[in-house]
Design a protein around this ligand. Sequence first.
Ligand code: F6P
Length: 319
Amino acid sequence: MKRIGVLTSGGDAPGMNAAIRAVVRKCIYHEIEVYGISHGFLGLIEGNMKKFEIGSVGDIIHRGGTMLHTARCEAFRTEAGQLKGLNQLKKNKIDGLIVIGGDGSIKGAQALTRLDYPCIGIPATIDNDIVETDFSIGFDTALNTIIEAIDKIRDTATSHERTYVIEVMGRNSGNLALWAGLADGAESILIPEKASDFESVIRRLKRGCERGKKHSIIILSEGVDHGFKYGQKIQEATNLETRVTILGHIQRGGSPSAQDRVLASRLGGKAVDLLRANEYGKLTGIKGSRVVSLDILDALASESKINENMYKLAQQLSI
Ligand code: F6P
């Protein structure tokens, strides 16, 4: 490996910069040239790349977003797009590629692997929906952002004795909602992986009111229903004064937590080590406290990462 490329793709996640930094510094430490490809696979197709120097990644470890920019690239889902990307890698004499991103990005890395190109994936998505790793880069920060927001909403909810529906991100994944709901003692948690029973949500709210509760918090994954529609249904069914907050893209920004910075640094370092050891076609991850890697072609096979025990516990604690 003389020259490695790195890109970030899909929805950004706090800690992507720390991962880029780790890849770049580790490459330079091992005297490997490293090129940053901007705007994900779109930039790859267009050959949009630039050599990193040691100072290029200074002062980014604590910054949210991605200095390489990102994009969702439809063209790379097609074989024609993938071959264009491959040609750019060959033309620019890039010997291996590190892809930082969520499931769509990992699929892109799988496509290059199938074309026999040396590729490593680093899971980075606030959704934390990649089953093969306990945590993906960005999840911890997004979760903390949600908790901070809910704590603030809780203050005003108590003062006004209101019910709040808080919509969090996760079109197909309820991890953020589940963890936030457990961390914040929400009355109900609604996630796409579980059929939601509206009647039981209403029963819980009514029971809480009868016990003299001053407010209620319902956490709704965006994949389940639209927050405002759901809030209206709650108000109509209970007559409780209900407000809705959609946290939106605020969840994707901000300075990465210590946890995410450390995870990003470890996975970035591992990705370079794998390429150096000619162990291609791998996805890095964390299991317990160990950094691991597995065949990238086996990744994304299983769909749900919801911890059933945690889901059950959240329900038991919110009686
Ligand atoms: O995959 C990360 C994510 O933030 C999801 O939670 C969300 O559904 C989606 O991206 C939003 O995508 P966009 O930024 O394209 O609106």
